[in-house]
Design a protein around this ligand. Structure first.
Ligand code: TXA
Ligand code: MG
Length: 339
């Protein structure tokens, strides 16, 4: 298949190109598009055959449900059976934005979209192009636009590398702003964060005093019965083996210096968020944690392109957006060292 690539400016989107992509979606095709978090791979959420293609193209397991992306708040009431008061408060505060809410689903949503669960994940992206694409078409089911198991794409080149020739179109509008996927919040029982993101636990706790964080949202490999089936699959894996070093900054530095010496002869890359000065191929993606979030996935893809054999990553504190960063780093690592 020839994948059409549309370059669209975020500041001043060309509506004709967006309408052409909306038409593809309405005809049951697949379009990768930018959101404020990562690029999504979109299909008509209510078209079973179209949604099936997403799973095939990504190599995604059918028990891993998709987020439905909307452009109008009214549509939430069509897709969810019940919208509790607290959901309405959070919708008012955070939609459109990088927050996904899990609610009880209505009958119109096909089983394939929600992996036969009786719940649905809903999100309203704030990215202008995503918003226009949905407005010009319909509610769109979209996972991150990567091959399953790889890091989520934060620019169109990442999407092209994974999906060129396999989908109908890709909208290229440069790098995404946030760089990590949305916060996933389950409101169907005791409120629980299933995946941490830019909208943090600390922030949401202000609205939900009994808010919990699912164990797996910390990214630690624990055996749990998955409520969010996606979380049980290996994620964010670079090709190289990755070691994550967590703890006090000085000790992290010492440990990494030691690991570099031990692995002399190997092509070692360091993913640095505060130090940046090692005797190895070092990518300093720091300054502040929002910058780290924005650059994390593309730095991991760069290491792969450079054929790095071992990545050593500096860990951050497990607070605010640091939890979301650690979740992705921990899930991508084959070893976590606490120092
Ligand atoms: O920022 C994002 O959320 C991006 C952009 C494209 O919107 N999308 C994204 O989708 O990251 P995906 O499919 O890569 O991740 C969705 C996560 C998965 O872990 C999935 O298991 C979970 O949301 N999820 C979806 N529906 C669910 C449901 N009904 N109950 C629990 N978890 C659900
Ligand atoms: Mg994904």
């Amino acid at each position: 298949m020839q994948t059409k690539i549309f370059k669209v400016s975020k500041a001043n989107p060309n509506i004709k190109k967006i309408r052409e992509c909306a038409e593809i979606i309405l005809n049951g095709g697949l379009v990768a598009f930018p959101t404020e978090t990562v690029y999504g791979l979109g299909a008509d959420a209510l078209n079973e055959n179209a949604v099936k293609k997403i799973f095939k193209v990504k190599g995604r397991k059918y028990d891993n449900p998709l987020i439905v992306h909307l452009a109008n708040k009214e549509d939430i009431y069509k897709l969810a059976k019940k919208v509790p008061k607290i959901a309405e408060i959070l919708i008012e505060k955070y939609f459109p934005g990088p927050l996904t809410l899990i609610l009880k689903k209505s009958k119109i949503v096909p089983k394939i979209t929600t992996a036969s669960l009786n719940t649905i994940a809903i999100r309203m992206p704030s990215h202008k192009i995503a918003n226009l694409l949905i407005k010009e078409s319909c509610p769109i089911s979209a996972p991150s636009a990567n091959i399953s198991g790889k890091t989520s794409p934060t620019n169109a080149l990442h999407v092209i590398n994974d999906l060129n020739g396999k989908i109908d179109a890709i909208i290229n509008s440069g790098n995404t702003d946030i760089g990590l996927e949305s916060t996933v919040l389950d409101l169907t029982k005791t409120p629980k964060i299933l995946r941490p993101g830019k909208i943090t636990y600390e922030e949401l706790k202000g609205f939900l005093p009994n808010l919990k964080i699912h164990k797996i949202a910390k990214g630690i490999k624990v055996k749990v019965k998955a409520i969010s089936p996606g979380i049980k699959y290996r994620h964010y894996s670079p090709k190289a083996k990755m070691i994550l070093v967590e703890g006090n900054k000085e000790k992290i530095k010492e440990k990494i210096v030691e690991l570099i010496k031990k692995n002399k002869g190997k092509k070692v890359g360091v993913l640095s968020i505060f130090e940046g000065n090692y005797d190895a191929e070092t990518k300093f993606i720091g300054k502040n944690l929002s910058k780290v979030a924005k650059k994390l996935f593309s730095a991991l893809r760069e290491f792969d392109n450079e054929n790095i054999e071992l990545i050593i990553a500096e860990g951050c504190k497990e607070e605010k957006i640091g939890l979301a960063i650690l979740n992705r780093l921990r899930k991508g690592s084959s070893m976590i060292l606490k120092v």
